[in-house]
Design a protein around this ligand. Sequence first.
Ligand SMILES: *Cc1c(COP(=O)(O)O)cnc(C)c1O
Length: 478
Amino acid sequence: MQKVLHRSNALEKAYDISDFRKLGHQVVDMLADHLEEVQNNKEHPVLPYREPEDELAYWQKDFSSDTGVLDVLKNILNHSINVHHPRYIGHQVAVPALVSGLAGLMSDLLSNGTGVYEMGMASNAIEKIITDLMAKKIGYDTNTSGFLTSGGTLANLTALLAARKAKAPSSVWENGHKEKLAILVSEEAHYCIDRAARILGMGSKGIIKVPVDNHFKMDTSLLHAHYNRAVSEGFHVIALIGCACSTATGSYDDLHELANFAEKYNLWFHVDGAHGGAVVFSDQYKYLVDGISRADSVVIDFHKMLMTPSLNTGLIFKRSEDAYRTFEQQAQYLWDSQHSQEWYNSGKRTFECTKSMMAIKTYVILKTHGEEIFGENVDRLYQMASTFAGMITQRPNFELALMPEANIVNFRYTKTQEKDINTLNSKIRQALIRSGKFYIVQTRIQGNLYLRTTIMNPLTKESDLIALLDEIEKIASK
Ligand SMILES: *Cc1c(COP(=O)(O)O)cnc(C)c1O
């Protein structure tokens, strides 16, 4: 009996306001101290690397001990990669503007499901403002409609579902398809496009990969041949996908050329701008996506170059009705009317049912720092990447893979007696990661291994990049 009483007290305790207030202040102070250290002290590790088995053992031990929650949170900080560190130059994850993290705390506590209007009045209305702004920057007219969803992967899948609905026989949602459907995409496209097409039942043969030119852009002179071959093999090609930009090298496809081709053959034209579509916010760099407004659908991740915590992705349709047609089906308990176009019931258009209040995290950034902040971020990151590329070409021991169009810079160390440059560069990266001084990644370009950096942090300075190259020389000389 005693035990039962004790457990019900535990539930009361889970909602105790004074505990929350006290711990909340302590957590915010701890986070501020941590961020201050990470942003200002170059000696603080970017990534305090441990082997997976050691990390698991650490937490298994923690789980069976009586660590207090403040210590648990502190330990998580000390066992995690720090994207706010100016020497974080790795994967394409946004360095969140700090105010957006506070909106995230609110999103978690309010836990508005957002899919239906009543479960997210503010977040649905704010989502419309954010996606309308995105549509305006893309250059769409007023008959557009968009929504936010959890990640570029899901957004690209949703766009391809809409493409299938529009271009395959219209009964596809009811009856499936008997035709062999296919899409055309650059061989440099993100792997999630390949995955989405397989989920849609196209199989590997339905993913027609068009080779790239020596700037890693889709070679549009090969489009006709690939299209014609697919048709002669009995495929019904439904969509053409442009990369803006590609993930490995940051190369932008020629969107006007792609749009011309898609118009000619009545294909759905989708632009995967998960990373580089953010340039629509920059007066200086928006020329890179000239033609984007001719796309039927566009994906842009707010959690990549737009300073918002992950996951947070916009998917915008040129014609609003396409967004509503994708998932037309019965869900009586959610909506009174199945077929009406209600922007405020965002679940009518999203794959997700319950979704987080992601719009508010972006909104507070715009309200605090102004609409120009996104363009400034893109400009800073792209300029720094160009400066970094220049530095690499000045150093005789390094080779730049290609001049970057975006903030993705690939290079390798080439001064070695060893024949195996790939192994050397892989070892360099391992040593760099384990030192905790920098975080960079690697990729294969035409079979060769390159060190891959993406300048994501606007606080990364030239001096940090000089220090990176110096450190690589030091490691290589050992
Ligand atoms: C990152 C990326 C994706 C995947 O997006 P997630 O938000 O990570 O799911 C898709 N396409 C491109 C071009 C990307 O850069």
